[in-house]
Design a protein around this ligand. Structure first.
Ligand code: PAF
Length: 284
């Protein structure tokens, strides 16, 4: 496996693969890889001739008071994981390689004005812009994203459809710790007491998953799920919301495919979790 830091090097390697008629899978990440990322890379390796993993910590998706500088990084561990799963390239450019006085930003309207977009107003502009750039650099056949960032995945699907980007987007299921906590690079910020407290998210998610029903009022489910979280003194709810799975708009009655999503602070650490429900698919 090669660690590549320049756009020109990625392009040259991918060009050679393409000339040989080989397929390219792409897993965009911000590094500090965990089993959730490993599941994306494994799937990409299983489904493509070659796989590129990017580990660029994208500054443009962090707000001015967010954790860009503190964001955890471990290039050697990331490279070892990518190599062990069978990725061909780990692309880790410097910010200067990716951004040179940029004047273009990719914005998917409306969908970013819900859920995480309310407290992180520039976040999805930064995500869409960097993902567009990465797609243009890597030119993958298929790109793999985690369903834990469900709003991000929905927005990227819409961006790819609206801009006729010539690739397939695959969403992969949330990977959880044995006790239920969704895997996240930010879990490393948690103290032992906060790590225990963070289980209120998955407890609430599992409750919601078990109790959601067609025709139910969205507010009733949101309140019941919030009640589980407020019992935890270290937790502070940013939102617990039922939204339309495609548009991210609020719903009143659960009568269509929905995303049930939450963002909760445990101490200073902001964690997200979610599940999806489709009335047309019977529950497992
Ligand atoms: O999900 C992430 O890790 C990031 O938002 C992404 C898609 C790699 C863009 O920086």
């Amino acid at each position: 496996m090669k660690i590549v830091t320049t756009i020109a090097d990625v392009r040259a390697t991918v060009k050679a693969w393409r000339q040989a008629g080989e397929t390219v899978g792409f897993v965009p990440t911000m590094g500090f890889l965990h089993e959730g990322h490993a599941s994306l890379i494994s799937r990409a390796v299983a489904e493509n001739d070659h796989v590129v993993v990017s580990t660029f910590v994208n500054p443009t998706q962090f707000g001015p008071t967010e954790d860009l500088d503190a964001y955890p990084r471990d290039e050697a561990r990331d490279a070892a994981l990518c190599e062990s799963i069978g990725a061909d390239i780990m692309f880790r450019p410097d910010p200067a390689e990716m951004y040179d006085n940029p004047k273009v930003s990719v914005v998917v309207k409306d969908m970013n004005e819900h859920l995480c977009g309310l407290s992180r107003p520039i976040h999805f502009h930064g995500v869409c812009t960097v993902v567009t750039k990465l797609f243009n650099i890597v030119t993958p056949d298929t790109a793999y994203f985690g369903e834990k960032d469900a709003q991000q995945l929905a927005i990227i699907r819409k961006m790819v459809a609206d801009l006729n980007m010539p690739l397939k987007i695959v969403g992969c299921p949330i990977v959880r710790e044995a006790d239920g906590l969704a895997k996240s690079s930010r879990n490393t910020y948690l103290s032992p007491a906060e790590r225990e407290a963070a289980l209120c998210l998955s407890r609430s998610i599992f409750y919601g998953r078990d109790h959601i029903a067609v025709g139910m009022a969205a507010k009733e489910l949101e309140t019941a799920m919030e009640d589980i979280i407020v019992k935890e003194p270290l937790a502070k709810i940013e939102y617990v919301k039922v939204v339309d799975a495609l548009t991210m708009d609020d719903v009143t009655i659960i009568d269509r495919p929905v995303l049930v999503a939450m963002a909760v602070y445990i101490g200073k650490t902001r964690l997200i979790d979610n599940f999806s429900f489709d009335p047309n698919v019977s529950k497992q």
